[in-house]
Design a protein around this ligand. Structure first.
Ligand SMILES: C[S@@+](CC[C@H](N)C(=O)[O-])C[C@H]1O[C@@H](n2cnc3c(N)ncnc32)[C@H](O)[C@@H]1O
Length: 220
């Protein structure tokens, strides 16, 4: 979690474009991340007929299985991530679409989604308000948001995180270090931000060695 560049967004975009092109990342970290927040966490809150948005969908890890039951649109600012998602989805899926877009400028009209989830993305925002407000704009009234943020306690897991990165991220020397710091939140800070952005918290709990807050909220 060393700070090399301050503009998190720019660095994150370069990082993911590179990583999705690295087979070892998709295979190894994808598998590791799979156990982190699984598809059932999202599925539990989906109902028949829901239109669901996956923001920061990456390689389609969650959107693909969910699309067997619900209509899903996945967006990510990494072209290589979207390319993998499209390839994995194949031509036949009628319930799934992917497009390149930035969370802070979603290419959708107001109030069309029943549920929006965003996993592993909020660590790249110095100021999460813009992303939350944009998601809120696209959610129907009483629409649901599910997302996670890293907790302040995750900093203590720094050495573990670096070791895992070394093992899983890449075997080439130039990619061994995590190239940017991530944004972390105390429970009170993330609760305050969510409320400020017009959501009512349903649940905000710790997960995965207390390293993350998983947040479930509804538009007010
Ligand atoms: C840790 S990965 C998680 C991918 C996926 N959500 C999952 O759980 O497997 C973070 C993803 O967020 C995307 N991302 C980060 N900031 C973004 C932004 N501002 N707009 C769109 N996508 C973003 C990255 O490109 C990357 O694919």
């Amino acid at each position: 979690m060393t700070e090399i560049e301050s503009d998190l967004k720019v660095v994150a975009k370069k990082f993911y474009d590179l990583k999705y092109n690295t087979v070892s990342y998709v295979r190894n970290v994808g598998r590791l991340w799979q156990n982190f927040i699984d598809v059932y966490t999202i599925q539990k809150w989906c109902k028949e007929g829901f239109l669901v948005l996956d923001v920061g969908c990456g390689d389609g890890r969650i959107a693909l299985p969910l699309s067997q039951k619900f209509h899903i649109i996945g967006v990510d600012f990494s072209r290589s991530g979207i390319k993998i998602s499209v390839k994995r989805a194949g031509k036949s899926s009628k319930t799934l679409a992917f497009l390149v877009a930035d969370i802070e400028h979603l290419p959708f009209r107001e109030r069309i989604f029943d549920l929006v989830y965003s996993l592993g993305t909020f660590e790249y925002f110095d100021k999460p308000n813009k992303a939350l407000q944009e998601i809120r704009r696209c959610l129907k009234s009483s629409g649901i948001i599910i997302f996670n943020v890293w907790s302040e306690e995750a900093i203590r897991l720094g050495p573990l995180y670096s070791t895992l990165s070394r093992i899983f991220l890449s075997r080439s020397k130039k990619n061994r270090k995590t190239p940017f710091k991530i944004a972390v939140y105390s429970s009170s800070k993330i609760r305050r931000v969510i409320r400020e952005c017009g959501f009512k918290i349903i649940e905000c709990r710790r997960h995965y060695l207390r390293s993350n807050h998983i947040i479930l909220a509804r538009t007010r």
